[in-house]
Design a protein around this ligand. Structure first.
Ligand code: OAD
Length: 265
């Protein structure tokens, strides 16, 4: 791991690595959206400090009290809907556009990468959608027939009878997110693993790096001969495999990093 003498030398080094990369996997976590106002999970003020995951984000919790779980996801939707993409989402979307070898894989269930692309003026044909490893709070899946679709309607969680229902079979819908104890969608995970193995560089932004298998993607790139760049204000378990670790916030550092990488191509 490098020992940058200062932030600017770290940025220059990271920019040079990115400029030389044909394929880049950008792995993002809750810190990417923190400066938009979306709460993270584990830091100060993180969701898992004030809420118990076992009451809200497990299949057992939904079986026990679907009303409570929908109420919480309805609240999270309203928080995200009030937030705007920050400078990091916008810069990243612009940078990845029209570069087929660049992909965003996110653990975030918000839609700020997509809205960042809109804000950057990226045409939908010019960029792949980000892969959502942990699903999306704006999608729902039927617990009976399994059909999944976009779902942005306001949720009335005042009673069991008012919860969202499947338009096809009438079954109870659930948020299409990955809960504790559940597996990731196998196709999504396989695609993310291939992108990681083929990447010349994995740029890891704003994740504590403690949730698997997402956190292992950086190691997959590293083991396949690629470099790892971390952007996070804190040291994480992924810092030890990072070739360059940039300490700071995504919205502050990422736009400058990507501008420098652009200049070096
Ligand atoms: P965490 O809340 O665990 O970690 C957020 C990370 O972002 C920490 O390492 C912070 O230091 C960093 N951070 C905070 N502010 C930042 C900023 N402005 N710029 C850059 N980094 C910043 O969130 P995740 O690692 O994303 O899973 O959590 C992984 C998964 O755990 C989530 O997807 C969720 C959760 O349980 C599911 O819902 C399945």
């Amino acid at each position: 791991m490098s020992a940058p003498t200062g932030r600017s030398s770290g940025v220059a080094r990271a920019a040079a690595l990115l400029a030389g990369a044909e394929r880049v996997l950008v792995l993002t976590g809750a810190g990417m959206s923190a400066e938009s106002g979306v709460p993270t999970f584990r830091g100060a003020g993180g969701l898992w400090k004030s809420f118990r995951a076992e009451d809200l984000a497990t299949p057992a919790a939904f079986a026990r009290d679907p009303r409570l779980v929908w109420e919480w996801y309805g609240w999270r939707r309203s928080v995200v809907a009030e937030c705007e993409p920050n400078a990091a989402h916008i810069a990243l979307a612009g940078w990845c556009a029209s570069r087929p070898g660049f992909a965003i894989v996110t653990q975030n269930v918000d839609d700020l990468h997509e809205r960042g692309a809109d804000a950057a003026g990226v045409h939908e044909d010019d960029a792949d959608e980000p892969l959502h490893l942990h699903g999306s709070i704006f999608r729902a899946r039927c617990t009976a027939c399994g059909i999944e679709d976009e779902h942005r309607d306001e949720v009335d969680a005042s009673s069991l009878a008012s919860l969202p229902r499947c338009g096809s079979c009438g079954g109870l819908l659930r948020p299409a997110v990955v809960w504790f104890g559940e597996s990731l969608d196998p196709d999504t995970l396989e695609e993310a693993m291939s992108l990681a193995a083929e990447a010349d560089a994995c740029l890891v932004i704003g994740t504590s790096g403690v949730v698997q298998p997402a956190a292992s993607l950086a190691g997959v790139t590293r083991d396949a001969g690629g470099v790892v760049i971390e952007l996070n204000p804190e040291v994480t378990p992924l810092s030890s495999i990072a070739d360059v670790a940039l300490r700071g916030s995504a919205a502050e550092i990422l736009p400058a990093l990507l501008r420098a990488a652009e200049g070096g191509r």
